[in-house]
Design a protein around this ligand. Sequence first.
Ligand SMILES: Cc1cc2nc3c(=O)[nH]c(=O)nc-3n(C[C@H](O)[C@H](O)[C@H](O)COP(=O)(O)OP(=O)(O)OC[C@H]3O[C@@H](n4cnc5c(N)ncnc54)[C@H](O)[C@@H]3O)c2cc1C
Length: 470
Amino acid sequence: MNLELRCITERRLMKNNRYDTIVIGGGPAGQRAALELARHGVRTAIVESRAALGGTCLHEGTIPSKALRTAIIIMSNWRYRKLVGQDQRPLSRLDGSRLLEQVDRVIEKELQVIQDLMERNNIDLVRGRAGFTGTNTIRLDDQGIELEADSFILAAGSVGRKLDWVPYDGTRVIDSDSIYAVVDPLPGSMTIVGTGVVGMEYAMMLALAGVKVHMVGSSGTALGFVDQELVRTCLDELEFLGGQFHPNCKVRSVEAHENSAVVHMDSGESIESEIAMFSVGRQASTADMSLEAAGVETDDRGVVIADSMCRTSAPNIYAAGDIIGPPSLASTSREQGRLAALSLLGLPAKSMDERFIPYGIYTIPEMAWVGKRGGDGSGLVTGRAMYKHLAKGEMLGEDRGFIKLSFDPDTRVLLGAGAVGTDAAELIHVAKLLVEMQATLDDLLAQVFNYPTLAEAYKVAAMDAEAALR
Ligand SMILES: Cc1cc2nc3c(=O)[nH]c(=O)nc-3n(C[C@H](O)[C@H](O)[C@H](O)COP(=O)(O)OP(=O)(O)OC[C@H]3O[C@@H](n4cnc5c(N)ncnc54)[C@H](O)[C@@H]3O)c2cc1C
């Protein structure tokens, strides 16, 4: 597979090392920013330290993890397991090399699309790690080359946070960025420390692939910021798949042995498995960028401080994506990249409205939500529709999924929605539009949905909410 960055030549670069704008980082935020600038006639370069474009998103994050998950779901026949008489946990491990083939195929295809897009828009790609030497200059540390620009967009993303007391060795004790090095062959067992999005997604897909998974978290639950009704559904599935969740466990130390890794807890308990993976959050990639030389302020965790239009404390420098902190998603990073470019150009743009960002977590089953969360103490009225009560849900053998809608009891306006189950991350976009357009319960009741579909759950959940309001 050729993942090499097709760089402009050094000769051409040295003759002409001045750009209107330089974008630092070739992930989703950087790509989107560069495209927007190029389309407005700005002479733009992307400086990227890796051998290929795509960022964390393409190489360790969104794309490989979702390609791996999709391959596991297909190869394990999970989606239709009830219908084909496989209502049981996996009996054997899937073939890691076949899974990796699928992941590589998707990465290669996506990379081609990105490269072609950059070339078609005459965006120069320069390989090197950028550090600022002034407000208008950067140096590529590994080559000693200086580049100059009127303005910059910082899109250097984030890296997996590493704990200094963990002996990472890339084989027995790893962080989540290194997981693809241990997938072929799949290990018999794995302990995943961390119950955030990444930890939970890998725990579930690996359990489905036949790996004995232990998921260890320091609090009483997983994904504490998510509606626990959705999370509970996924934890039940994890258990069904043979995975074990260990809540309220503080990890004290980890030891790597020749054939195993042992995680020791404060409680005195230990878990031995073939591999221990730490998934303990992400860190903005600002450590070696010398941002102070350019007058760009960061917070105490190294996150670049930027306003809703991606402006930083330096007037000619904008920032987008994971480098400016949450929500830290590929979806929002792309939009921030566009906003950063429009801000820089002084063109009108509407900032991203955080109230209407759709969130998706690719657990098995997947979960998604938008807007406000109903439930105890929220003062909202909720209505639910279980997939298994829908004709389409029954056809699919869906037993756990549901959609939950939350309405203002006085105005009857839809304020939020959550979903778990097949296609939840797709279905949530219906709710995103309805919430943003302030649709009411009555608007929903008057809709016609294709039949039989899972989307029909919206109308059924609205009817449930109406019954609760009577
Ligand atoms: C396992 C995992 C799963 C995820 N799943 C999802 C998902 O399903 N959906 C979703 O929306 N998001 C997901 N994310 C988050 C998503 O990947 C990130 O939000 C997104 O990649 C951020 O884009 P970015 O452009 O800001 O940064 P990145 O994608 O991190 O790209 C930044 C680039 O900048 C380069 N760089 C860094 N420093 C320098 C420097 N000094 N000079 C030059 N280049 C530099 C890096 O090499 C990198 O290529 C996931 C993340 C992980 C880790």
